[in-house]
Design a protein around this ligand. Sequence first.
Ligand SMILES: Cc1cc2nc3c(=O)[nH]c(=O)nc-3n(C[C@H](O)[C@H](O)[C@H](O)COP(=O)(O)OP(=O)(O)OC[C@H]3O[C@@H](n4cnc5c(N)ncnc54)[C@H](O)[C@@H]3O)c2cc1C
Length: 345
Amino acid sequence: MHFNQLIIGQGLAGSLLAYQLMRQNQSVMVVDDGLKYTSSRVAAGMFTPISGKRMVKSWKVDELFPIMQETYLELEKLLDESFLNNQNIQLSFSSIKEQNDFYSALTDKINKYVVSEEITPHNGINAPFGAVEIKQSGWLNTVKFLDAIRKYLQGKNCFMQKEFFANDLVFENEKWQYQSHSFDSVIFCQGYRNKYNSYFAHIPVIDNKGDVFTVTTDVLDDKKIYKRSCYAVQLEQGIYKVGSTFKWDNDNTTPTKAGFDELNEKTEALINGAYQVIDHYVGIRPTTKDRRPILGKHTQHKNMYIFNGLGTKGVLLAPHFSKVMADYILHNTLPDAAIAADRLI
Ligand SMILES: Cc1cc2nc3c(=O)[nH]c(=O)nc-3n(C[C@H](O)[C@H](O)[C@H](O)COP(=O)(O)OP(=O)(O)OC[C@H]3O[C@@H](n4cnc5c(N)ncnc54)[C@H](O)[C@@H]3O)c2cc1C
């Protein structure tokens, strides 16, 4: 059978790209090996206009935020599932210095995202230096989202659960051939595992490993995101996803005692009361040196592309950049050249 595009990887990048291509009447086939602990599935899926240690405005957030909202809302309708949670973040300061830094950075640029400068922190949270509440924030339930997209693709016979090997791909008669199907183009959306793909292994996607817990606790009771040294996002009443750590060391996704201890220390600093860790898992973020996504076309192989490098902000970045990528593949245009031009390889 012939399809327009073959997409390798069904994380946030591959899923949103598949959607953007289908919106433009393309037929796609998505291949993913179905691993449980991928970056997109492990992620808390948070989005916020202010981020980083220095609490600065996120890159292009005013442009990316409305596109993100619109895209996930459209997908909630299409997939008849709910996964987008718009919730404020209650941010507690860890020190006087952090508090001072925050207020001195509170210029007009970021003031509009702060609900009120002083709030009464939740009892279940440690906030000895006070807290503020950030709006235009929330989280995407990435597991629900990816499961719903997968089901949709399966329903259209557009999904293969399979490990992809570059040797299985052949270019013949101006088409890519894979598993007895032919394709106009192939796009790799493999996250950190891009380095095992001989076609694009030279592209610098840098591993950044993060530990995450699922914890139960009855000291937190409402649907807010809590953040201090780490975050807690409510999955269900009494059950929270807590994360995370940032390590540049290796790409081993087996949880370690060192990772457990580091995240447990952060969790103790956040939650004021008893909690129990019921699961500990690890994911690898596909980051880049300049913290910008990678959208590119292979310089030697015809109709072969890469979409990667979503880093720590896949939820916010993927809706917009998947559209830029789809337009590039289909029309060879860069509607948002200012953002994307310097990312082409
Ligand atoms: C601990 C942690 C916390 C995070 N928190 C947030 C957050 O709060 N907010 C946010 O926006 N982002 C967060 N992120 C980052 C976010 O998860 C990433 O930006 C995003 O998931 C990257 O998506 P991706 O599709 O590029 O990669 P992935 O999610 O890694 O997807 C790649 C897919 O390709 C598949 N694949 C790879 N190679 C093959 C192959 N050979 N054959 C078959 N299938 C293959 C994989 O199994 C996987 O399903 C977090 C990440 C981690 C690890």
